[in-house]
Write a protein that binds this ligand. Structure first.
Ligand SMILES: [Zn+2]
Length: 127
């Protein structure tokens, strides 16, 4: 099993030979050679035996969500959203979905907040 960088902007798939695992005070980890993000590792080797490192499973999948405010000619802002849902398999994403204009708002903050709330509903639909 290769390691996968947990930085959602990176998600590099790394063969074990490509990464150098290091033991720090907080435990084992490796630093992504591409983006330098710290990635946690877990030692599942027998106590006193050889070190066997795995990447801990994350229950929450790191979806890519980009909420932006597009300035309009009349001084208002359109809420825009791009979402790529992380699939169950590590490092795999669904096709990106885009919304160019979710609504028009008087300021950029409101537009981004609106786009984010749409994303939250989309990724965590209420039962
Ligand atoms: Zn990385």
């Amino acid at each position: 099993m290769p390691f996968i960088c947990e930085n959602v902007e990176c998600r590099a798939v790394l063969a074990r030979g490509q990464v150098r695992s290091v033991q720090e005070n907080e435990g084992w980890c490796f630093y992504c050679p591409d983006c330098k993000a710290r990635n946690e590792l877990k030692n599942v080797g027998a106590p006193g035996g050889a070190v066997e490192l795995i990447q801990p499973e994350r229950s929450d999948l790191p979806h890519k969500v980009v909420a932006t405010a597009q300035p309009l000619e009349d001084g208002k802002y359109a809420a825009q959203l791009r979402v790529q849902k992380a699939l169950g398999m590590k490092g795999t994403y669904a096709v990106e979905e885009r919304w160019e204009q979710l609504g028009v708002f008087p300021d950029a903050h409101a537009a981004v907040a609106h786009a984010k709330s749409i994303a939250a509903d989309l990724l965590h639909p209420k039962a």
